[in-house]
Write a protein that binds this ligand. Structure first.
Ligand SMILES: Cc1cc2nc3c(=O)[nH]c(=O)nc-3n(C[C@H](O)[C@H](O)[C@H](O)COP(=O)(O)OP(=O)(O)OC[C@H]3O[C@@H](n4cnc5c(N)ncnc54)[C@H](O)[C@@H]3O)c2cc1C
Length: 394
């Protein structure tokens, strides 16, 4: 008899955990379950559509889908289509890799106004997530306020600021791409509640903001000398120092020198939103669209001895894709140790009909073919039924 492990969530942490399990014990049977008919979690639905190099990590995961002992089961939502308890009864161990994608709230008045968007909803729309088929009306948006000082804030600012030519090789959904290209956006503010030395931007992503065709990045020169170069520089200090250097470069740029200006504003937090206006601790700012990029919360799942959390579901919404690798492998080791002391359970296959790896590959092929005519990596299917029809060979 073979042990059976369910991995709930086909994002990076789920795949890295599967990889760790198969390396340690190739005789296991692994079911990777996802609520979407497509695998790869936030690599498909979160990572910015113009960062195709980052998205290329999915090739590693796709290779795992070809392993005979690993079964992809898409379009099954645990908690809806079958319960966590049923999974716990049927499998020898359950790895919880469901991520965290509920937009956090600032808790200030006006946050539920229609022009205030959480980043997950917005990025899901750009990336063709089937839950988010409608984006904001950009037809009259001249001024955008982006709240947050992490890479997601930069992703959002960059995708809004890039020209259609710069997005031509991306897999942004065509409706979002044309809405952005034809929007009258002139000003984007990226707003951080603390000083520039505390921004969590990575150097490459910040530097990219200085190389946009139709947008100039600017900031105030104040506060950019806060970290003196140190001889004992840690990677974190080096990142901050380099960020300040990049921002100093932006401080020398002239606002309005290109058709769009991206303004980095620090030490400023929203206290209220009203139509067309953000009230900041530093004063009032006009904004037709607000996107909050302030982090995520997650869905609850049962904590049991035979359930092992991994990835964002375990450690919260921080860390890049590679962070999940070491952690996924470490959790796989814990699971292997747990299984070593237990006989395999026997019982019927409890999974309802699902989109399997062949179904996903039909979707993949369809999307890639749809993109090839326009030189894009793919044009995503965004409609649930269309995804299911194509998966079934329709
Ligand atoms: C907007 C954004 C941009 C990012 N950009 C980058 C980047 O450029 N580079 C980088 O290295 N990292 C980036 N990251 C971080 C990276 O995406 C995460 O580190 C990584 O995706 C976390 O992996 P995970 O497997 O824990 O979660 P996820 O990738 O979120 O995967 C979770 C999976 O679980 C599924 N699921 C959820 N609930 C259920 C359920 N009840 N039943 C079945 N399935 C379920 C979901 O559909 C999803 O497929 C970005 C994150 C975001 C939000």
């Amino acid at each position: 008899m073979t042990h059976r492990v369910a991995i709930v969530g086909a994002g990076p942490s789920g795949f890295y955990a599967a990889d760790g399990l198969l390396r340690a014990n190739p005789d296991l049977h692994i079911d990777v379950i996802d609520r979407l008919p497509t695998p790869f979690g936030l690599v498909r639905a979160g990572v910015a559509p113009d960062h195709q190099g980052t998205k290329a990590v999915v090739r590693q995961f796709d290779r795992l889908l070809a392993q005979p002992d690993l079964r992809f089961a898409g379009n099954i939502e645990v908690g809806r289509d079958l319960s966590w308890e049923e999974l716990g009864e049927a499998y020898d161990a359950v790895i919880v890799a469901i991520g965290m994608v509920i937009d956090k709230k600032l808790g200030v008045p006006g946050e539920d106004l229609p022009h205030v968007w959480g980043s997950w909803r917005f990025v899901g729309w750009l990336n063709g997530h089937p839950d988010f088929r409608t984006g904001p009306d950009l037809s009259k948006v001249e001024r955008v306020a982006i709240i947050g000082n992490g890479n997601v804030a930069l992703d959002v600012a960059r995708v809004l600021a890039k020209s259609a030519d710069e997005m031509a090789k991306s897999d942004i959904v065509p409706e979002a791409g044309s809405a952005i290209a034809s929007a009258p956006i002139k000003d984007i503010h990226v707003i951080g509640r603390r000083g520039p030395e505390n921004a969590s931007f990575t150097n490459n992503e910040l530097g990219e903001m200085g190389r946009l065709m139709r947008a100039v990045a600017v900031t105030d020169a104040n506060g950019l000398d806060t970290i003196p170069p140190a001889s004992d520089s840690t990677p974190e200090k080096l990142r901050k120092t380099k960020n300040l250097q990049i921002l100093k470069g932006f401080a020398g740029n002239k606002p309005g020198s290109k058709s769009l200006t991206v303004r980095f504003l620090f030490n400023s937090a929203p206290v209220a939103f009203a139509p067309g206006v953000v009230d900041l601790t530093s004063g009032k700012l006009e904004a037709d669209l607000v996107i909050t990029c302030i982090g995520y919360a997650g869905e609850a799942f049962p904590r049991r001895e035979d359930f092992f959390a991994v990835g964002w579901a375990k450690r919260g919404p921080t860390g890049t894709i590679p962070t999940n690798r070491a952690e996924g492998h470490a959790v796989a080791k814990q699971v292997i140790d747990w299984l070593a002391e237990r006989d395999p359970k026997s019982g019927p296959d409890i999974l309802p009909a699902a989109v399997d790896a062949a179904g996903w590959h039909r979707i993949d092929k369809h999307e890639v073919a749809a993109g090839s005519a326009s030189g894009r990596p793919r044009v995503k299917l965004t409609d649930w039924q269309a995804l299911l029809d194509v998966a079934q060979g329709g």
